[in-house]
Design a protein around this ligand. Structure first.
Ligand SMILES: [Zn+2]
Length: 82
C-alpha cells in the first residue's frame, strides 16, 4: 500500500458521513455533501471540519428586533421593595 497520503475528508454535521474534500481545499470553502446535499463550509483544516454554510449568514446588526421578551421581572420588584 503506497497510499501514505491521507485524503482530505471531513464529517458532515448533517448526516455524519465522510465528505471528501478537494486537494488544496481552503478555509471557508463551500462544499456540498454528496450524501445529504447540505451546503457546508470548511471551518477547520487540522483536522478538517465542516459546518453548515448557512450559519455564517446571520447579520448581527438586524437581529435585535425581539427585545420585548416578556420575562416577568415583576418578581424582582418584590425583592427590592423592602
Ligand atoms: Zn451530509
Amino acid at each position: 500500500m503506497a497510499e501514505s497520503k491521507t485524503k482530505a475528508q471531513a464529517r458532515c454535521p448533517e448526516c455524519d458521513s465522510w465528505v471528501t474534500l478537494k486537494d488544496g481545499v481552503k478555509l471557508w470553502e463551500l462544499v456540498v455533501c454528496p450524501t445529504c446535499d447540505t451546503e457546508l463550509e470548511v471551518i477547520g483544516l487540522a483536522p478538517f471540519t465542516l459546518d453548515y454554510a448557512e450559519g455564517d449568514y446571520y447579520d448581527e446588526d438586524e437581529d435585535y428586533d425581539d427585545e420585548d421578551e416578556d420575562y416577568d421581572d415583576e418578581d424582582y420588584e418584590e425583592d427590592e421593595g423592602f
